[in-house]
Design a protein around this ligand. Structure first.
Ligand SMILES: NC(=O)c1ccc[n+]([C@@H]2O[C@H](COP(=O)([O-])OP(=O)(O)OC[C@H]3O[C@@H](n4cnc5c(N)ncnc54)[C@H](OP(=O)(O)O)[C@@H]3O)[C@@H](O)[C@H]2O)c1
Length: 336
């Protein structure tokens, strides 16, 4: 299979049309198998996936060390094609808690120095703050990354979960390659005021949560037991009546998937792929089996009638429950 590519913005690099989000290999979805995570990254690189997404706070450095090991042990040709996208700025504590964000220029340089070391690379391909630091103007944070670009430590600047005004201010400071933000059949908030601005400014979207963290993958069941350290154990969409309502939407989607002879996850990923050449879905596969299923979405052709049927089965605001807890929603500049 030849991997299709998409451009990260008018200023950014060509990347594989699907990126691999590595977060779940270290944190947030309960325990993960480290060896399988590394094997999944190797399989992705082998299949032509170039874009690997991480955050320095995913397992407090664990995820970057894991990616570093995967890159070191990959064939040289594959390693050289890899493009690592890193989020920084989230502050953690030794008990795994979250204590805000730090986007001050000195902090940006400090975070980058540690990430380069943990990843074992001489540059970061795309660098972004995970959430807007409300105490630091975005111009200062983006300006600090721009200095890292000048020095060769970073190649491109990205944004994460910010709204239209912040996007404009960031883009007026330095070229922005992409905005990383949740976008899925059941998370369509960006269509109102964010997507029009990124399109106007030539900024791409790296879409996360395209399976709504597994909820619309077709594999999630109401009786699944979630560990206490699993984000989904607290996420509003995975609770009680909300969960049942959302899983009913999945069953409607399953009918369409069956008619097309593909899986529910493939339909959900293919729908995001079909929303524009400026959108690169990040799939959160953490096993080779899930990765193979996700990659199959690249071969799913959705005609206008298919897209209409999908949006009929899962209308834009059909999901029950917010995509984050109220406390986490409060940190989202994109939801203001
Ligand atoms: N910028 C941000 O604020 C932000 C926030 C969150 C994530 N991200 C990035 O985006 C990436 C993707 O996000 P996500 O993990 O929430 O995305 P996702 O793809 O919606 O969810 C991934 C989860 O879905 C389940 N799943 C079931 N079938 C799957 C399949 N065929 N392929 C992949 N996963 C399948 C897996 O859970 P089980 O393994 O439990 O079955 C997996 O852990 C993350 O790794 C991270 O790099 C960014």
């Amino acid at each position: 299979m030849t991997m299709r590519t998409r451009s990260l913005g008018t200023t950014g690099p060509q990347v594989s049309a699907l990126g691999l989000g590595c977060m779940g290999m270290s944190a947030l979805y309960g325990d993960a198998d480290r060896a399988e995570g590394i094997a999944t990254i190797h399989a992705a690189l082998e299949a032509g996936v170039t874009l690997l997404d991480t955050g320095d706070f995913y397992g407090m450095g664990h995820n970057e060390l894991l990616i570093g090991e995967a890159l070191r042990t990959a064939p040289a040709a594959r390693r050289e094609q890899a493009q690592v996208s890193v989020k920084f700025g989230a502050l953690r504590d030794p008990d795994g808690g979250w204590s805000g964000y730090d986007g001050r220029p000195a902090a940006v340089r400090n975070f980058a120095a540690y990430s380069l070391q943990r990843l074992g690379v001489d540059h970061i391909d795309v660098y972004r703050i995970a959430r807007l630091d409300p105490d630091v103007p975005i111009e200062e944070t983006v300006g600090a990354i721009a200095e890292l670009v000048e020095k060769g430590h970073v190649r491109h600047i990205g944004l994460s979960e910010v709204g239209a005004e912040t996007i404009r201010r960031a883009a007026a400071t330095a070229p922005i390659a992409d905005l990383q933000i949740e976008y899925a059949l059941i998370s369509r908030g960006i269509e109102r005021s964010i997507l029009p601005v990124t399109r106007e400014l030539g900024i791409s979207i790296t879409a996360y949560g395209v399976l709504s963290r597994g909820l619309i993958s077709g594999h999630f069941t109401a009786d699944r037991k979630l560990a206490a350290n699993d984000f989904r154990a607290y996420s509003p969409r995975f609770q009680g009546d909300n969960l049942q309502h959302n899983l009913n939407l999945v069953e409607a989607l399953r009918k369409i998937a069956e008619q097309k002879g593909v899986s529910v996850a493939q339909i959900a990923i293919a729908w995001v792929l079909a929303q524009g050449e400026d959108i690169v879905p990040l799939v959160g596969a953490r096993t080779r089996e899930r990765l193979a299923e996700s990659l199959g979405a690249l071969d799913v052709v959705l005609e206008a009638a298919d897209l209409a049927a999908i949006e009929d089965a899962v209308p834009a605001d059909a999901a029950a429950g917010d995509r984050y807890s109220a406390a986490a929603m409060a940190h989202l500049d994109s939801e203001r």
